[in-house]
Design a binder for this molecule. Structure first.
Ligand code: HEC
Length: 160
């Protein structure tokens, strides 16, 4: 192949390399590739007020957590958008993470904080800005309490 026809190929290869490098700079550090659900999929209007008087499984499904999370013991809660909710195992590691900037001192409080202010700490490998930020207006204090009490008892051993 004459040298002239190779040059455009090299230019294209360089351009592609630059584009790919820039794209990887923009994406969060992740070991796994996580499907990103468009934020518009779950809008506040789709979620009724959760009073906390519902059975525990209903709390998780009514609030929509089940769409994005695996929750041990909750039928149908097999979402893969967010991390599996195994806070008995993962909670202490989150609190000890040098990148943790939240205010919780216990796993119980970390769960409540994660639901009300998800932006405070984004679990590495998962998309930021995806967990809804309006749960404070949809979950009663009792519902939050029940969610946290349930989740802080679920560990990795539960999903084998
Ligand atoms: C639209 C998808 C989506 C919905 C709905 C959703 N979450 Fe999440 N959640 C995420 C994603 C993504 C993350 C990880 C990124 C982050 O930390 O914000 C996350 C993180 C969390 C964490 C931190 C987990 C950890 O391992 O540290 C908790 C706790 C949590 N969610 C609980 C809930 C609960 C409870 C509900 C329902 C009331 C819920 N989420 C609804 C997407 C969602």
């Amino acid at each position: 192949m004459p040298e002239r026809s190779i040059t455009p190929l090299i230019v294209i290869a360089l351009l592609l390399g630059t584009i790919l490098a820039l794209r990887s700079l923009n994406s969060p550090p992740s070991e796994t590739s996580v499907p990103v659900l468009p934020a518009a999929v779950l809008v506040p209007d789709m979620v009724p007020l959760v009073t906390g008087n519902e059975p525990i499984a209903e709390i998780f499904t009514k609030a929509g957590c089940a769409v994005c999370h695996i929750v041990p013991g909750i039928p149908g809660a097999d979402g893969r958008v967010g991390p599996p909710l195994l806070l008995a195992t993962t909670g202490p590691a989150r609190l000890a993470d040098p990148a943790y900037r939240g205010h919780a001192k216990t796993v119980h409080d970390y769960v409540i904080e994660s639901v009300i202010e998800p932006g405070l700490f984004v679990v590495p490998g998962y998309p930021s800005g995806t967990m809804p930020t309006w749960y404070g207006a949809k979950l009663s204090a009792l519902a939050l309490e029940k969610i946290s009490s349930y989740l802080e008892r679920q560990g990795a051993a539960a999903v084998q």
